[in-house]
Design a protein around this ligand. Structure first.
Ligand code: ATP
Length: 273
């Protein structure tokens, strides 16, 4: 358990039950169908990999799930609740947190402050409570700092807590993004290519962190380009190609699926089937 970082959220769904249902999700940009009638579930407690060649629709899928894009049709349910029509911050509150392919931190704020911002989404004190620094607000502030430190420790960068985030190394910034997303106490953590730009050793370290996040009881949706990497860390994999789902199975099955191999190698489907 992350010390001082215990979850306050009631666990409403048993491990292994459906946490998220992506239903017939379609996103069109003008004439281009970036995501085409995609349906899959995410079970509580699993690491689900979302893979596919460049332009397959992975990020579009994330964006439609987390309120960045409004789906053209279809829906996404989190514990049975639709995210339709909700704004990004409302979806975060519902329990979906994400990182971005391009790091988005508050560069002038310290690493610690960046995580406290994520925690603020959960505060219970009112604005007047904050203004008069009510005992509850002071208590929440103190526990925020403790929890933020615990999260920085968990992702392995607590020694940089007081550094401005823009001064952190690229790898530490990626870890900080994950800590900030965890601060919102998500039911689902969506990671968009968190190991992009890492060398093989750094990638392995990050995958170990993602595994330990799952072991803490979080559910993870992971976009990753590197097939080998994704095979080693995920419990199940959904494969997209040209906006359509072409496979949804366990990693060893995906590895040997001719359609997936063809999609990755660019071999015409007829030659593989
Ligand atoms: N805002 C947008 N406006 C127009 N087209 C878009 C937009 N976002 C994505 N697309 C297009 O939708 C398709 C899917 O893109 P998306 O970024 O979801 O793919 P991806 O699988 O995440 O690819 P990558 O691995 O390169 O990140 C691509 O053809 C892309 O050019």
């Amino acid at each position: 358990m992350v010390e001082g970082a215990e979850s306050e959220r009631p666990i409403e769904v048993e491990v292994g039950e459906k946490l998220v249902e992506v239903r017939n999700l379609t996103v069109k940009f003008g004439g281009l169908t970036a995501l085409d009638d995609v349906t899959f579930d995410i079970k509580r407690g699993e690491i689900l990999g979302l893979i596919g060649p460049n332009g397959a629709g992975k990020t579009t899928c994330f964006n439609a799930m987390t309120g960045v894009y409004r789906p053209t049709s279809g829906d996404v349910l989190l514990e049975g609740q639709s995210v339709k029509g909700r704004k990004q911050h409302q979806i975060t509150r519902l329990g979906m947190a994400r990182t971005f392919q391009n790091i988005r931190l508050f560069g002038e704020m310290t690493a610690l402050e960046n995580v406290v911002v994520g925690l603020d989404a959960r505060h219970r004190t009112s604005v007047p409570g904050a203004l008069i620094r009510s005992p509850r607000h002071v208590r929440e502030e103190r526990s925020s700092v403790d929890r933020a430190m615990a999260l920085l420790e968990f992702v392995g960068i607590s020694q940089h807590a007081q550094k401005r985030s823009r001064d952190l190394s690229y790898g530490s910034q990626r870890r900080l993004e994950i800590a900030r997303a965890l601060a919102t106490d998500p039911k689902l953590l969506c990671l968009d290519e968190p190991a992009a730009g890492f060398n093989p050793a750094e990638k392995e370290d990050l995958m170990a962190l993602i595994r330990s996040i799952r072991d803490e009881g979080y559910t993870v949706l992971l976009i990753e380009h590197d097939m080998k990497l994704v095979m080693g860390v995920t419990d199940r994999i959904v494969v997209l190609e040209f906006g359509k789902k072409i496979a949804d199975d366990l990693p060893p099955v995906i590895r040997n699926d001719p359609r997936v191999i063809a999609a990755y190698l660019g071999v015409p489907e007829d030659d593989v089937a």
